[in-house]
Design a protein around this ligand. Structure first.
Ligand SMILES: [Zn+2]
Length: 284
């Protein structure tokens, strides 16, 4: 866990589980001979990834962006994705003297199991919301899609991460761009899913963007490096084109949800288009 400041916001860059996904699926149409240098695969063609939720202290409030990954789906799921250390989030909250009941807002960028897995936990044979005092924030479109799945997205949306929160009345649907708190903005970033949102922090001239799966790792910054998991890959491309120049001009720090090594990066214009470079953290 690392702590930085963005103007008046305190930002904690957390690390939850490590896991692995198929390298070919992670880089879409980019051939392995090109991506394998940046992301060396294991003998099963999987590349290592980290779950990186972000905790923001905004005045008196604690805002958790992404809830991490959980063990609920069981052993087969754990083996397929080589999940290790699910729930490491708890220890990091505890280091700050926080329990789940201290979190005021949970922002779900989208409701896939690797982003919203700890929305709920299994307790005494029942699956219940983990952040009992929080409002969970998701786009209306995302909640609709997560509760009306089809064959192409069903493996990613697990009802156990969504339904208990709905039943407890803890979800708050938002539509479009919303200023959730002063300087903390939810920004629709469709493509990976239609209802995906990122988070923009702006304070005292500084900007940080939590990219969600628009840019799952820094290696995915180049425009055509789009995951095969994206339901609307051309929309991902359009959304990147819409925002990259602005983020670059503002010198925005980018926090990605899955980079295996670097919690933060920044866009740079390479000779052949955009790329992202890691930003060293204070004290590293
Ligand atoms: Zn993801």
């Amino acid at each position: 866990m690392q702590r930085i400041e963005i103007g008046h916001f305190e930002v904690y860059l957390l690390e939850d589980a490590r896991f692995r996904l198929d390298g070919g699926a992670m880089f879409g149409v980019v051939p392995r001979v090109v991506w394998e240098e940046k992301a060396p695969p294991d003998e099963q063609n999987r590349i290592p990834l980290t779950i990186r939720p972000m905790l923001v202290r905004a005045g008196e409030r604690w805002v958790l962006i992404e809830s991490g990954m959980d063990d609920k789906p069981g052993e087969k799921h754990r083996r397929i994705y080589a999940i290790e250390g699910a729930g490491a989030l708890f220890g990091q909250l505890a280091e700050l003297g926080l329990g789940p009941e201290d979190v005021d807002l949970v922002v779900n960028t989208h409701l896939h199991f690797d982003h919203a897995g700890l929305n709920t936990i299994s307790r005494g044979g029942q699956v219940v919301p983990l952040f009992t005092k929080a409002r969970y924030i998701a786009q209306k479109q995302e909640l609709y899609d997560a509760t009306h799945t089809h064959e192409r997205n069903r493996a990613s949306y697990l009802p156990e991460n969504v339904e208990p929160v709905l039943e407890a009345g803890l979800f708050e649907e938002v539509e479009g761009e919303v200023e959730l708190l002063p300087g903390l903005r939810l920004l629709p970033l469709p493509g990976h899913t239609l209802g995906q949102q990122g988070v923009v922090l702006e304070s005292e001239g500084e900007t940080l963007v939590y990219t969600a799966d628009l840019m799952p790792t820094l290696a995915h910054a180049p425009l055509p490096y789009i995951m095969a998991y994206d339901l609307y890959p051309v929309t991902t491309l359009e959304v990147r084109k819409r925002f990259y120049s602005e983020w670059h001009e503002r010198g925005a720090l980018l926090a990605t949800p899955h980079d295996p090594v670097h919690p933060l990066g920044r866009l740079v214009r390479g000779g052949r288009g955009w790329k992202a470079e890691p930003v060293p953290l204070p004290g590293t």
